[in-house]
Every structure is written in C-alpha cells, then in structure tokens.
Design a binder for this molecule. Structure first.
Ligand code: ZN
Length: 242
C-alpha cells in the first residue's frame, strides 16, 4: 500500500516529499450527530476518505484528519463534541505554522463540516498574512455542488440527508444503521433574511434535514467517485499556480 498520510512517513521520506512538493492536504471534520442511522464521525470520515483517495491518486501528501469542529448547534444530541472557533483556528494555524518550516506554501483543506467554514476563512487569512501560505478550502457539497445536484435531489442534500448517508453506506457500511433511516422536513429554513443562531434540535427532532430513505451504497459510490475526480481537478489547478 502506498503511503498517503504524513504520519505514515519517516522523516527521511518527509524530507524527500517536501523537497519535491510544497502542497499538502488537511482533512478537517466534526464529531456531531447525523441522525439515528449515521455515525457521529460522518464529517470527519468523509473528509478523510476524500483526502486519502485524492492523495493516493495524485501523490500529494495528506495530513491525518483534524477530527473536531464547530458543532455548538448540534449539542442537543448525545455524543456531539464541539471546540470553539478560537481553538480550531489556533490549532490549525499551529499545524500550518509547522508545515511552513518544511517549505509548504499551499494547503488544501478538505472540509467535511459546513459549520467550520467561517473559522477556516479566518485561518486562510492569517496563514497568508502571517506565513505567506495560501490555504484553499474544498467542501464537497459546495465545490462539488454540480455533481451533487445531478445525483441527489434537493431534500437529499441537507445535513445527514441522503447524500451523506449514501457516502457512509459506500465508505463504511458497518457504521450505518439502515433500519433507523429517517425522513424529516426541517422546520423553518436556512435561507433566512437575517442571521440568527439556531440549534439543530429547534428545527429537527431526529437531527436529520431531509430524506434518507432512498440512500444506497451504489449512489454513495457514484457520488464519491465524481467528487474524487472533482477534487483532483482542483488539486491540479492549485499545483498549476491558481
Ligand atoms: Zn455532515
């Protein structure tokens, strides 16, 4: 098996990699409720799987996943773990600061959790400002939104809905409790005219936003393959100087 993660390399192998390339991938996830059927680690597991596959096909090194994210809004459900925006930003920036010592100039964050984005944007600004490192953020549901909307209907694209559940069924079927799939239309809407902080349990009893019942490993496999191809295109553009 090829070594695709930094933690698998010896320091000599790491020195060799950083002498050749100045780009790495960092998967960032969350540990938060994804309905009764899906594992708490869904966002981390999907980000890690995308990073692993893209690393394996491109030769670009991935770091191990940062598991925790900004999940205050899911704290109404057992097992959810959140870290503060300040903690995630300073932790990630410390990691990037270390990488800068080895010559890294570009970091592609594969983000598995939408709630992390505002914090990742701050990290991207600081990394450029303080270290001259360009941080890119790839989110499969936004960066790959064309692919996603081709394969999944709107009510299957929400939190813990059909798309995420299908990816889980494909990537780690042993973690999905298929007998506990839920369809639930969220109360209210994300598309509000004014921002307000909302807990997930205010909008959904099950924690699911949308329809899980048509999820399948086949649909997950199709989505995963298209997303990996999309991610590889992005990596190529970044390496090419974008
Ligand atoms: Zn998720």
């Amino acid at each position: 098996m090829d070594k695709v993660f930094l933690h698998q390399l010896s320091y000599e192998e790491a020195r060799d990699y950083f002498s050749r390339r100045d780009l790495v991938i960092i998967p960032v996830g969350s540990v938060e409720q994804h309905g009764p059927a899906n594992p708490l680690g869904t966002d981390m597991l999907i980000a890690l799987a995308l990073a692993r596959e893209a690393a394996s096909r491109s030769g670009i090194l991935s770091l191990p996943a940062i598991p925790f994210g900004i999940s205050f809004h899911h704290m109404g459900f057992p097992g959810t773990v959140t870290v503060s925006e300040e903690s995630l930003a300073s932790y990630l920036l410390d990691v990037i600061r270390s990488l800068s010592k080895w010559g890294v100039k570009k970091v592609l964050v594969v983000n598995g959790h939408g709630g992390n984005l505002p914090t990742l944007q701050i990290v991207a600004r600081k990394a450029m400002d303080e270290l001259g490192i360009r941080v890119y953020v790839y989110q499969w549901w936004t960066s790959g939104s064309e692919v996603l909307s081709e394969l999944f209907s709107e009510d299957e694209r929400g939190h813990a809905s059909g798309a995420e559940t299908s990816l889980n069924m494909h990537l780690h079927p042993e973690l999905v409790r298929s007998e506990r799939l839920v369809d639930e239309e969220p109360r209210g809407s994300f598309e509000n005219r004014v921002f307000r902080f909302v807990y997930t349990h205010e909008m959904s009893d099950s924690g699911v936003f949308g329809r899980q019942s048509a999820s399948s490993p086949e649909r997950g496999a199709a989505l995963f393959e298209r997303l990996v191809e999309d991610l590889l295109t992005v990596l190529k553009e970044i390496e090419g100087g974008r």
